[in-house]
Design a protein around this ligand. Structure first.
Ligand SMILES: Nc1ncnc2c1ncn2[C@@H]1O[C@H](COP(=O)(O)OP(=O)(O)O)[C@@H](O)[C@H]1O
Ligand SMILES: [Mg+2]
Length: 225
């Protein structure tokens, strides 16, 4: 469950979020759309505790993020997987090492790592490619590896910020299929995108943002802008 109540955020004097309120039920697949600069990534950064709201309340599950101490952020981050347009894989680590690193930094045991890494690689269809470096696989495969890494803690929520922005149409479709499959397992998926075709085809709930505000929120919505 994700809940924003009248959340505002300033960068110096610029108001980039203007009393944004939204509620996403557990298990939903929601797209957040809007033009560049609308505030979509800012919403993502608030949800993962990377930025703080200046006013209003941000809640993820039982967590009131607006009151979260710095110490609690790693715990929150295990509940929320996140992927980005530029994959953010470490280039000097293999795909497998990128994934296991996410478990190592949170103190995962060797046994746990040995079990989880192959299982998430399988979910994203990268069995047999774990030993490759990011530079040795396609963009679509890099994003799959990033998704695998995002799944290591079995998060309740997966945030995908423009996950198909660097991919051609075919690879983009495959990533969306994968997100839908992950949603079918019960994970809440929030897809941030400005790709009209994808959103129209998904035929799921669409929240549209413009200039830091939610301007529409529709079930089976279409891209408005
Ligand atoms: N760290 C930052 N410092 C100053 N301004 C920022 C920062 N991050 C984002 N902004 C501004 O906030 C607004 C919203 O940005 P963002 O949330 O990234 O939009 P979107 O993801 O919808 O393109 C933009 O005007 C952007 O320039
Ligand atoms: Mg953005």
């Amino acid at each position: 469950m994700i809940k924003l109540e009248k959340v505002s955020k300033f960068y110096s004097k610029n108001k980039v979020l203007d009393e944004v309120s939204l509620f996403i039920k557990s298990g939903e697949f929601v797209s957040i759309v809007g033009q560049s600069g609308a505030g979509k990534t800012t919403v993502v950064r608030l949800l993962i505790g990377e930025e703080r709201a200046d006013s209003g309340k941000v809640q993820v599950g039982d967590w009131d993020i607006t009151r979260l101490s710095r110490r609690e952020i790693p715990h929150l981050r295990r509940q929320i997987g996140v992927i980005f347009q530029d994959f953010k894989l470490l280039p000097k680590k293999t795909l497998e090492e990128n994934i296991s690193f996410a478990l190592e930094v949170s103190g995962g045991s060797r046994e746990k790592i040995k079990k989880i890494v192959p299982s998430v690689l399988k979910i994203v269809g990268l069995e047999g490619k774990g030993k490759r470096y990011p530079g040795e696989v396609s963009g679509g495969e890099k994003q799959r590896a990033a998704i695998a890494r995002a799944l290591v803690h079995q998060p309740k929520i997966l945030l995908a910020d423009e996950p198909t922005g660097n991919l051609d149409a075919l690879n983009a479709d495959e990533i969306i299929e994968l997100l839908l499959r992950i949603n079918n397992f019960g994970t809440t998926v929030v897809l941030v995108t400005h790709n009209k075709e994808i959103v129209n085809r998904l035929n799921r709930r669409v929240i549209t943002m413009d200039s830091g505000q939610v301007i529409s929120d529709k079930e089976n919505g279409k891209y408005l802008l």
